[in-house]
Design a protein around this ligand. Structure first.
Ligand code: ZN
Ligand code: ZN
Ligand code: FE
Length: 753
């Protein structure tokens, strides 16, 4: 026997099951000429191999470096064993029980091997729009129940042909590949319009012709349908806007390659990596809009660009080049997933539907991400991300259902140290969105076979999510909105230490019933103390003031004792409302951004959330790019009764004066951003003096403002803070469920791991 041979056992922890990990390990073992086996064992992957030292070392390195898309290794341990001889390398089948709750794979993008076959005329899946293998294809979106096998998925409807049935047991890339199909079996492509119904190649070719000639199509994807058209055809894009009833938000565009995206947008290496990452997210990239129909980007500085993730999209990109691919829904409605609903759309709007007979079980929009301050950020969770868990620094004894917030709704199921965040579920005020939320909550609970023991939700008494949590018949832990925002940052970064949390958003229900939203919280051991905030100000108009920034600005005008800044004569009414106590007291940073935007005449209405703030940010970027000096503005800090107040009224007054004096608006916009960033730094430094805490956590929808976020991070880091922001869940309300779950776990007595 060769004396240099050694036997070693590896334990691989993290997200390593249901993502093609075992075939990947087998492939590497063969590459390094190692004998042995790999198996799934209770949530981890165990590998035992015999070989020469050098081969064992490079094997371990490759496992970590080349791990398959969708997997995440959190720890790899190895131990030396007495020498054991193996005839070859094998994948050991695991029992049903072992494949249990922890194994729910997300939808995976087309892999490189399948892509090669897709373009190989000799392959029996040449140009097959549903090609997949153990490492790629739909998963979560087609699952009915666990364990994950064909009978419990939407693939159950299709009988395998003889060739596929053989391949299904042949030990290769399609060994037990539940989505296996070919040109002779499985789902087939269908094209339907007013006159015709075509299948297979004819369906594909017709769809290409319609899109080429400026048509608008609905195309079935993984988590739902897209509406698609050429981004170069202004007329088609305008028709698509009518169909979506969406005036101003930019559309996402799918491109064949990152190189092609580079022709229209600036793409940094970190952004390219994000584009190629497993969920194939829509990535927000700076874009002049040049070369595209102006209706695509509308007023945005950014284009949402993404790469194909299904074989059908790959083939479409090949035949057509870039396509607008936007979720098929009208504003605020859940994405359409059922063929009948799409086929029922009035034909005047749509020139055809390209679909197939494979059912979609779980609705999921495409995820939206960006890179800011050099870090990946999630704006919207969606397909390819769910239900990969976020690993928490605590292990909960009691399972938790956290209901999240009502805007950008998303829930979280916490079992052990795994927090399963849902996809983006829309605005709960929409009845269909709320139904979809409930359906998804039940579905994920069934799949994970989790028995719920605790519910967590917002303090807001009128949130639909709050009422839903209360309806579950469980003990309910209420978590203040901004506390949940900050806790979501701590949860995903594994921070158990005390932190200074900065939560800036539009609206969150405060402990005192006021509208909070410019908050500095000292967070300790599952609790928090409100240490500083934007000074209170009565804002008249209720929810209307959140839409109508001009109305909101009037309240600032009154508080700052200025003449009517709007000139539309509504000041008297607002003043009366403020006096009568009908106005709501607010410390919201979101409202301040709205007011400044309206006071400068930049944008006066939020037709979608954050529109005024985005316009103000865009103007500030223009000043920055033109080298214009920021207009000097500042927040004065005042301390009383152990609380620090940031003086937003005086600042708004200065903005009004500047506007009246005809100052350069872009300089004022930039000056306002700079003042806000400086204020954050100064308050954090004061709180550090009081508490000794050197960790800062930033969250809340206002930080979607990249200019503000990057400035704040730079200033805090320069002052010696360790700064953390959300990277796996959205910083907007779509991430609050994670924070609620984490707080509930701590309040239930869970200790750090
Ligand atoms: Zn594949
Ligand atoms: Zn087949
Ligand atoms: Fe919020």
């Amino acid at each position: 026997m060769n004396e240099k041979l050694k036997t070693r056992e590896f334990h691989i922890y993290g997200l390593v099951q249901g993502v093609g990990f075992r075939p990947f390990v087998a492939f590497l073992a063969k590459k390094h000429a190692l004998g042995g086996w790999v198996r799934n064992a209770g949530g981890i992957v165990t590998v035992r191999v015999t070989g020469e030292e050098g081969a064992l070392v490079s094997f371990a390195q490759d496992v970590q470096k080349q791990a398959p898309a969708g997997s995440r290794i959190t720890k790899l341990t190895q131990s030396e064993l007495p020498i054991e001889k193996f005839g070859g390398f094998r994948i050991e089948k695991s029992s049903m029980e072992e494949e249990g709750a922890s194994v729910i794979p997300p939808d995976l993008p087309l892999c490189e091997d399948c892509k090669k076959e897709l373009y190989d005329p000799a392959d029996r899946r040449f140009k097959n729009p549903f090609i997949s293998c153990v490492a790629c294809g739909p998963r979560y979106s087609i699952m009915d129940a666990l364990p994950y096998d064909r009978q419990r998925t939407a693939m159950d409807a299709f009988v395998m042909c003889g060739a596929c049935a053989l391949e299904y047991r042949a030990g290769g890339r399609r060994d037990f590949a539940q989505t296996i199909s070919c040109n002779g079996c499985g789902p087939q492509l269908i094209f339907k319009d007013k006159e015709t119904k075509l299948i297979k190649e004819a369906a594909f070719e017709k769809a290409v012709r319609v899109l080429k000639s400026g048509g608008v199509l609905a195309i079935k994807g993984i988590g739902g349908y897209h509406f698609a058209c050429s981004p170069f055809n202004a007329n088609a894009v305008r028709r698509l806007r009518e169909l979506k009833q969406r005036d101003k938000k930019p559309f996402a565009v799918m491109f064949k390659s990152a190189k092609e995206i580079g022709k229209y947008c600036g793409v940094l290496p970190a952004e390219e990596e994000l584009l190629r990452s497993a969920p194939r997210p829509i990535v927000l990239l700076p874009c002049s809009g040049e070369g595209l129909a102006p209706e695509v980007c509308a007023e945005s500085r950014y284009l949402g660009a993404f790469l194909p993730y299904t074989p059908l999209q790959e083939l479409l990109m090949d035949a057509l080049g870039p396509l607008v691919m936007t979720s098929a829904n009208s504003t605020d409605q859940p994405i359409l997933k059922d063929d009948a609903d799409v086929l029922a759309i009035r034909s005047g709007f749509l020139d055809g539907v390209l679909y197939n007979t494979r059912r979609i079980n779980v609705r999921q929009d495409d995820p939206v991400m960006r890179v800011a301050a050099g870090k990946k950020q999630v704006i919207r969770r969606g397909r390819g991300m769910v239900p990969l868990p976020v690993l928490l620094p605590v292990c909960t004894e009691k399972t938790v259902f956290a209901a999240g917030s009502d805007m950008k709704a998303a829930f979280c199921l916490l079992a052990g140290d795994r927090a399963y965040m849902s996809q983006h579920l829309g605005d709960m005020e929409n009845a269909d969105a709320f139904d979809n939320y409930r359906e998804n909550a039940r579905h994920m609970q069934n799949l994970l076979s989790v028995r719920l023991e605790t519910a967590a939700c917002d303090l807001h008494p009128d949130y639909f999510s709050t009422r839903y949590a209360q309806s579950l018949g469980l003990p309910v832990i209420r978590v203040q909105h901004h506390h949940a925002h900050i806790a979501s940052v701590c949860a995903e970064h594994g921070i158990m230490e005390d932190v200074i949390g900065v939560a800036f958003d539009g609206t969150g229900y405060g402990e005192d019933g006021a509208v909070w939203g410019g908050e500095f919280l000292v967070c300790r051991e599952g609790g928090y103390e409100r240490a500083a905030h934007l000074e209170y100000l009565p804002i008249a108009g209720g929810d209307r003031a959140a839409k109508d920034a001009k109305l909101c600005a009037l309240s600032y005008g009154i508080a700052a004792k200025k003449d009517d800044p709007s000139g539309d004569g509504r000041m008297g009414v607002v003043r009366a409302a403020a006096r009568s106590g009908a106005a709501q007291v607010s410390s919201s940073m979101g409202r301040l951004f709205d007011a400044v935007s309206a006071l400068l005449g930049v944008k006066e209405v939020n037709s979608f959330e954050g529109e005024c703030a985005i316009a103000l940010e865009n103007l500030a970027w223009r000043a920055l790019e033109a080298g214009t000096d920021p207009y000097p503005l500042r927040f004065e800090l005042r301390e009383a009764d152990g609380m620090i107040f940031a003086g937003q009224v005086k600042l708004a007054g200065e903005v009004m004066d500047a506007a009246r004096e005809g100052a350069d608006k872009s300089a004022v916009a930039l000056g306002f951003h700079r003042a806000a960033a400086r204020m954050v730094k100064e308050v954090c430094c004061l709180l550090r003096e009081q508490t000794g805490i050197r960790i800062a956590a930033l969250s809340g929808g206002v930080f979607a403002n990249r200019l503000l976020l990057e400035d704040v991070i730079a200033r805090l880091e320069k002052s010696g803070f360790d700064v953390y922001v959300n990277e796996q869940v959205p910083m907007n309300d779509g991430g609050t469920a994670l924070g609620q779950a984490f707080i509930a776990a701590i309040k239930n007595g869970s200790k750090g791991k």
